[in-house]
Design a protein around this ligand. Structure first.
Ligand SMILES: *Cc1c(COP(=O)(O)O)cnc(C)c1O
Length: 399
């Protein structure tokens, strides 16, 4: 009895979180929060006015008066929260109107709203319960977590490489049972590289092997044809089985969606645990997204964004930087972590906020600064950004 007591008192089954944080600090890996005054293209951070080239609020709609008004009207007319899961009492006309609008943009029978893009991916992949998932090596964390939760065999193929996918499909098909369910999963736009998945080739391979396709349009939704994503740009709406996306980036609010057939949506309503056991999206988020989507469809904002993207890409390129990708996200490749960190610091001194992306987020030797232009950056802001990159790059001998 006595010895039992002694043993218990020397045990420590707790969690040493301090030690973890200290280790992160020591290796320069600790992340911290940095509050800003608002989420516009020019805002106060550390009580200084700064130009922000870091937000996914690509169309600048999170501070647009029309979108703000829609959010407050939804709060007044419907409520600030949904009060329950959609399957209980949290289903409103407003939710259905946004789902109809999104279905029109995505050219599918239906869409279903989730509380976030993260919840949409995790819940949908797990609900489909595939036997084998073929996944791009750089897919978003929410896709990776969906694969884990589904407990499927996950086969990772080389980034944006349809030939690599073809090899993996062929080799896995050697010992496949006939009734196995296969899912090919990819982001459409990769936010750290600004590149685009080879969707047409992926669809051809999926058709050849009878696999399903799930694509994540988080960074593309709202920015292409009629407010759609890459799937719409490439005319592949009928070839993709499941389109996932978020309302939290260009659509300026919060929430996720899944677009697909009527049957898919009915199945998810029954089977996706992150839908069934989570409160319906808050009405202000639904109202804001609905108006943001209308503005995105209208086109003028999209045109401003792409104009800013072109000016920045050409400007950075012409002073000697290497800019990756082919989309609205502009990753400026530096290579060495120290160079990227120092450039980030110099840019901040000139009131430009564009975050450094370094290992482990990206592979060793590919540290970069991720520049995310917004439709609402003025010509002066774009000029200021370019001249800060030029001055700092020359000073540091990077260009
Ligand atoms: C941001 C993002 C998500 C998550 O969306 P949230 O609505 O922020 O949860 C999912 N997939 C990709 C590719 C993303 O970039």
């Amino acid at each position: 009895m006595d010895s039992d007591t002694t043993e218990t008192s020397t045990r420590d089954h707790g969690f040493d979180l301090e030690a973890d944080l200290e280790t992160r600090e020591r290796y320069g890996l600790r992340r911290t929060l940095e509050p800003a005054a608002d989420v516009s293209a020019r805002t106060r951070i550390d009580s200084r006015e700064r130009y922000v080239f870091a937000a996914n609020n690509y169309l600048g709609l999170a501070t647009d008066p029309r979108v703000q008004r829609a959010a407050s009207e939804a709060a007044r007319a419907v409520g600030t929260g949904s009060g329950a899961s959609r399957l209980i009492t949290g289903d409103t006309e407003l939710h259905r109107e946004l789902e109809d609008d999104l279905a029109a943009v995505k050219h599918t029978d239906r869409t279903l709203l989730f509380s976030s893009g993260y919840a949409a991916n995790v819940g949908t992949i797990a609900a489909l319960d595939p036997d084998v998932i073929f996944s791009d090596e750089l897919n978003h964390a929410s896709i990776i977590d969906g694969c884990r939760l589904a407990a499927a065999e996950t086969v990772v193929y080389d980034h944006c490489d349809a030939a690599s996918l073809a090899v993996k499909l062929r080799s896995r098909s050697m010992d496949a049972a006939d009734d196995e369910r296969w899912l090919i999963v990819t982001d459409t736009v990769f936010s750290m590289d600004g590149d685009v998945a080879p969707l047409a080739a992926i669809c051809d391979l999926a058709a050849q092997y009878g696999a399903w396709t799930l694509v994540d349009e988080a960074h593309a939704t709202g920015l292409y044809e009629d407010g759609g994503g890459i799937v719409q740009r490439d005319g592949l709406s009928d070839s993709i089985d499941v389109q996932v996306g978020t309302l939290s980036k260009a659509l300026a609010s919060q929430g996720g969606y899944v677009a697909g057939s009527d049957t898919l949506v009915e199945y998810l309503v029954n089977e996706a645990r992150s839908f069934v056991f989570s409160t319906g999206l808050a009405p202000p988020a639904v109202g804001a997204s609905r108006t943001a989507l209308q503005i995105a469809r209208d086109g003028a904002r999209r045109a401003s964004l792409w104009e800013n993207v072109e000016t920045l890409r050409e400007g950075l390129d012409s002073v000697g930087y290497r800019v990756l990708g082919e989309t609205n996200v502009l990753p400026v490749l530096l290579g060495e972590r120290v160079d990227a960190i120092e450039l980030d610091r110099r840019l901040r001194e000139q009131d430009i906020v564009a975050p450094v992306i370094r290992p482990p987020t990206v592979p060793d030797g590919t540290s970069r600064i991720r520049v995310a232009p917004m439709a609402t950056h003025s010509d002066a802001a774009i000029e200021r950004c370019l001249s800060a990159f030029e001055t700092a790059g020359r000073d540091l001998g990077l260009i």
